[in-house]
Design a protein around this ligand. Structure first.
Ligand code: GLA
Ligand code: ZN
Length: 676
């Protein structure tokens, strides 16, 4: 068995999803039908109890677990495992009535009313206490059931609270961070500006919208505190569960690039990373293959949160959602394609929200495996059953890993800092889009790229791309230097290394903290373009790339100039440079150019890194998973028409066909070639 298997009980991949039987307790016929149809759809797991608090504890202190016990047991008898959620995603009405402090205060200072979900004060001792009581009871009652695979903490943790309890915790967090020395904070936050000096930690308020929003350090620390406090809350739930059943793994479902929480700080607390994947397929702005490629980036971000372990796609829709701007149906075949993509990118699960559509309330029309019609003769059910069959055939893939030799650096702190910085142009900063665009271009060159933090170990990589790495964490510059020194190829771009972790500008030239030496350049100025402004970068061989949005003007100290600006007062100055450093090379790209246009540069970097380029037909992705027992190449066709793939080899696990050389992938088709 592969040593990276997520669960020892499930021999292959997990197929299932959120199941809410508490909405159907008065319909035993429906509950029985659910089990029959789950088996028919090849479902082997159900995520239970995500929002079941009021079913477990309808009034304070009165607990009912018998209904859940029956369901877990029945599922288990039918070969379906349970992923058991803690119910802290939404609070029962009695709880808010008795403990109003559990309700959040918004950024205007207004206490929310009872309602909705995901909106608790994470500092409230009363709320934490109530959560620990119910969590303990759940672990005691169900934790030793052989059907329970894993705990799922709460649901889609998110949001901020500005209540007095949170404000106080924020002050304590700051006091600890700045070693009880308010002058350290004043220095880090540069509070001599606009007379914003603080005399004590007690004077510091959260950045209320109608209060202090102009101290960048305060804004950033508030973001960090929000992650810290959410993490603390999550750890609180985990510790209760572990105190009863230490061996059951835990996860919580992340939301792709959700900005509000630094998932990299939360990941170490979890046994597996899981996330909810709802791509806007078939939108009117881009071809499906582009949406698919962007989704591959999201998978890579999640995979990067715990390298060396498969992740889980905890939620996805088998058909449509109810919250996109336009809730378009997934076209026939697209469901299979997106599920195969999840596995291709490193997920060992395909899970849905949800199994059966509820009759009423907010999500009654959200896609589910079973519609209100309730039968299995629907297109969606058939497609889900096909996925179930495919997942069964892909069992050998479980526990294998996607191994990348290239990485793109992507930091949450950097996101916060770039979002908040009063420079550039708000509309065109586009840090995330810039990272995604570059990453997708490498995917199109057949290159798998991890997405990792700037201060993480880079020793497994030969190529690192660092787009807009505006903020340098302590150690990042050294990390990058070491990487290049030992033979790595590095490319950084405009807006690199301006500030330290407190957002204080580096003195002595950007990129700071020693990176100017690595690249052999200093960035003297950055020009922000109006959307209609253009410049060009010209190479001696005649290549000319169009510049939009941003252009830095460089002083070249010790680097080759590979290309120069063609226009404006900085015409003729360096725009792309390269410096040999140790055994590797450090490239600096001083302006924004569309990633497609930079392809020749990317190919050059890959060649130097000795990473093979593989050109597949437009819209086709290839991802490879490897393990002790085999290598599996996933081919995914994001086009509605068929494509011919060349140079492929292996046994297609989905069809049982042996492939050697060229083969045809139908529109939206997928193949998984086992290469022994
Ligand atoms: C999220 C939530 C689910 C459900 C789905 C709908 O992922 O976790 O409870 O609301 O969205 O898309
Ligand atoms: Zn609060």
């Amino acid at each position: 068995m592969e040593k990276n298997m997520l669960f020892s009980q499930v021999k292959g991949l997990v197929h299932g999803g959120d199941y809410n039987p508490d909405q159907w307790l008065d319909r035993p016929d429906i509950l029985a039908e659910d089990i029959r149809l789950m088996k028919k759809a090849g479902v082997n797991s159900a995520t239970l109890g995500v929002f079941s608090w009021s079913a477990y504890e309808p009034v304070e202190g009165e607990f009912h677990f018998e209904w859940m016990e029956e369901i877990i047991e029945k599922l288990y008898q039918n070969g379906i495992y349970t992923i058991l959620a803690t119910p802290s995603g939404a609070r029962p009405a009695w709880l808010d009535a008795a403990y109003p402090e559990a309700m959040r205060v918004d950024s205007q200072g207004l206490r929310e009313h009872h309602g909705r979900r995901h909106n608790h004060c994470m500092s409230s001792p009363a709320f934490r206490e109530k959560v620990s009581i119910i969590d303990r009871k759940l672990a005691e009652r169900f934790g030793s059931h052989p059907g329970v695979l894993m705990y799922h903490i709460s649901n889609e943790l998110s949001g901020e609270c500005y209540c007095p309890l949170c404000a106080k915790r924020f002050q304590e967090y700051l006091a600890e961070k700045f070693e009880n020395d308010i002058e350290k904070l004043n220095h880090a936050w540069w509070t001599s500006f606009w007379s914003h000096h603080y005399n004590s930690f007690e004077q510091i308020e959260p950045p209320f919208q109608n209060g202090e929003t102009s101290v960048m350090g305060l804004n950033l620390e508030w973001k960090r505190f929000t992650t810290w406090n959410m993490n603390d809350f999550m750890k609180h739930e985990i510790s209760v569960l572990r105190s009863v059943t230490p061996d059951i793994p835990v996860t919580t479902n992340f939301m792709q690039l959700f900005e509000g929480l630094d998932y990299r700080k939360m990941a170490p607390e979890l046994d597996a990373i899981s996330w909810d994947n709802y791509p806007p397929f078939h939108n009117d702005g881009e071809p499906l293959a582009e949406t698919l490629a962007e989704t591959a980036f999201h998978h890579a971000v999640m995979r990067g949160l715990k390298r060396g372990k498969p992740f889980m796609m905890m939620e996805s829709t088998p058909s449509l959602v109810n919250w996109h701007t336009f809730n378009k149906l997934k076209r026939p075949g697209v469901h299979m394609l997106s599920c195969m993509q999840a596995v291709a990118c490193g997920s060992d699960t395909v899970q849905y929200f949800q199994w059966r559509k509820g009759r009423g309330s907010y999500e009654q029309y959200h896609g589910a495996v079973l519609d209100h019609i309730g039968t299995d003769d629907t297109r969606v059910f058939r497609e889900v059953a096909e996925v179930g069959e495919a997942m069964r055939k892909l069992a050998p893939v479980a526990g294998t890993l996607v191994k990348a030799r290239a990485a793109l650096l992507f930091d949450w702190d950097n996101r916060y800092a770039i979002r908040d910085v009063r420079a550039l142009a708000d509309e065109t900063k586009k840090y995330e889009d810039t990272c995604i665009g570059i990453w997708k271009q490498f995917l199109k060159l057949g290159v798998e790229m991890d997405v990792v933090g700037s201060d993480e170990d880079l020793s497994q990589y030969d190529l690192v791309i660092a787009p807009m790495l505006y903020m340098l964490q302590p150690g990042t510059a050294e990390n990058l230097k070491r990487f290049v020194e030992r033979g790595g190829q590095l490319m950084a771009t405009y807006f690199t290394g301006y500030v330290d972790r407190d957002q204080l500008c580096f003195l002595g030239g950007f990129p700071g903290d020693g990176l100017a030496e690595l690249f052999g350049i200093v960035s003297e100025e950055i020009d922000t373009y109006y959307p209609s402004d253009r410049n060009h970068i010209c190479f001696e061989d005649g290549r000319a790339w169009e510049v939009t949005d941003y252009a830095e003007i460089l002083q070249v100290k010790d680097a080759w100039v590979l290309a120069r600006y063609a226009e404006d007062f900085y015409a003729g100055t360096a725009a792309l440079t390269c410096r040999e450093y140790g055994r590797g090379k450090a490239y600096y790209m001083a302006a924004r150019v569309k990633p497609e246009e930079m392809e020749s540069l990317f190919v050059q970097l890959l060649t130097e890194a000795k990473i093979p380029v593989r050109r597949l037909p437009d819209g086709v992705e290839c991802h490879v998973r490897t393990g002790e027992e085999g290598t599996y190449a996933f081919y995914l066709n994001g086009n509605s028409g068929k494509v011919e793939i060349e140079g492929a080899e292996g046994m297609d696990l989905l069809t049982g066909t042996k492939i050697q050389g060229t083969f045809t992938l139908p529109g939206y088709g997928a193949a998984v070639l086992s290469q022994g």
